[in-house]
Design a protein around this ligand. Structure first.
Ligand code: 1QQ
Length: 390
């Protein structure tokens, strides 16, 4: 009896991989971003941008007539949350995953997708080494090696007398430590002097010691690499204690959701950006219009990048159908995931709100245009805008 049962079990087990498990219709694409925790400041913008993409591409007929469906999973703000979200999406049979929000989370969760052979497009992972996590890992978020230095150059253009720089960074976050490294190299290359180098934690709220060090070192430029709430509080306390010089913020200060944290004291922060809502391309005009209609505000970088990550998946799906002359929904799931990954890394150029981009064979994004903006706050002290720095 046991033997019969065992051999039956064996037959069933062996038969599973051979059983065709087709892609569902509408085509499920996973979106794993933070909708709870502090990191939801970024994630909320990402959900907004992704939803616009879903409606926009489905209105165009989706993937040659087959609609897509975004499947959202909250990653919260830590590694475990991202791992769980990725696991649920893989089990939910998505063809690919857009996410997670933080590089810190990507280093933990991406290997899971890599093992399951599920393509990942990072919408906001900017640390060094993300595409190198694996063959199924790409990103549309330009690395800080490319983006960060231009904001320093802009600071020098605004105030050529800058000489002494204070560099502050969150030591418990992979993106922040990666970005500060890039800033520190650029500071050296520009012949500036680092007069203070200070660490903090993304969970810190009291920055008195740091601010005292910056003021004591007589820095005339402060460069911050952290996430949203910590960076916002740091800026606020720098200003409250009397720091008057320029502040360059890293990618963590790229969210309008950070504005209420430093309020009117956010005014004047310089931030390099991979997106401008002013870009005059047809797709960006459409994106800005739809986004503004839906949310009554202009999109910022994290929304545009989430839109672009979904777009990359859609265009990869279209390419797979075109090249194979087969409907995605007629393909086996594993085969479709593999084909989507190949299409993503094929070098195809896509016209996105971020401009023309492509992914190279390693999954690294190639993007042409970047911007530096200054934060301008409104009298309500909660809202404001990133205005292109002149
Ligand atoms: C990263 C980042 C963050 C600021 C994204 C929200 O750039 O973690 O890579």
């Amino acid at each position: 009896m046991t033997r019969v049962f065992l051999s039956l079990a064996l037959i069933v087990t062996l038969a599973v991989p051979a059983m065709a498990e087709p892609v569902a219709k509408p085509i499920p694409i996973g979106v794993a971003v933070a909708t709870t925790s502090n990191i939801a400041l970024f994630g909320e913008e990402q959900v907004n941008g992704a939803k616009i993409a879903e409606a926009y591409f489905n209105a165009q007929g989706g993937v040659n007539g087959t609609p897509i469906k975004l499947v959202f999973q909250d990653t919260a703000g830590d590694e475990a949350g991202a791992v769980n979200a990725f696991q649920s999406l893989i089990t939910a049979k998505v063809v690919g995953i857009v996410g997670p929000t933080l590089s810190q989370q990507a280093f933990a969760a991406d290997p899971l997708a890599e093992r399951a052979k599920v393509p990942v497009v990072g919408p906001s992972n900017t640390a060094k080494g993300i595409p190198q996590i694996g063959e199924y890992i790409g990103r549309i978020s330009a690395p800080m090696t490319v983006v960060a230095p231009i904001s320093l150059k802009k600071a020098l253009a605004i105030n050529p007398k800058i000489k002494n720089v204070a560099v502050l960074y969150a030591q418990n976050d992979a993106f922040s430590t990666s970005e500060t490294g890039v800033f520190q190299e650029a500071i050296k290359a520009l012949n500036l002097k680092t007069v203070a180098l200070q660490k903090f934690q993304t969970t810190d709220t009291d920055f008195t010691t740091l601010v005292t060090a910056v003021l004591g070192a007589r820095a005339d430029l402060v460069v911050i690499s952290g996430l949203a709430a910590d960076s916002g509080n740091l800026v606020k306390q720098l200003r409250q204690f009397g720091y008057k010089g320029l502040i360059v913020g890293g990618n963590g200060l790229n969210s309008p959701n950070m504005f209420p944290v430093c309020g009117s004291l956010c005014e004047g922060i310089l931030v390099a950006q991979a997106y401008s809502p002013m870009a005059e391309t047809p797709v960006n005009k459409d994106f800005v219009k739809k986004f503004t209609e839906a949310y009554k505000k202009a999109p910022a970088q994290f929304s545009a990048q989430a839109f672009t990550a979904v777009q990359a998946m859609v265009e990869a799906l279209r390419k797979v159908e075109k090249d194979s002359k087969k409907k995605i929904t007629a393909m086996e799931l594993a085969q479709a995931r593999q084909a989507v990954n190949k299409a993503l890394l094929s070098g195809m150029v896509i016209h996105t709100p971020l401009g023309e981009i492509s992914l190279d064979r390693e999954g690294e994004v190639l993007q042409k245009q970047f911007y530096v903006s200054t934060i301008k706050m409104n009298p309500d002290k909660k809202t404001g805008a990133f205005v292109l720095a002149k």
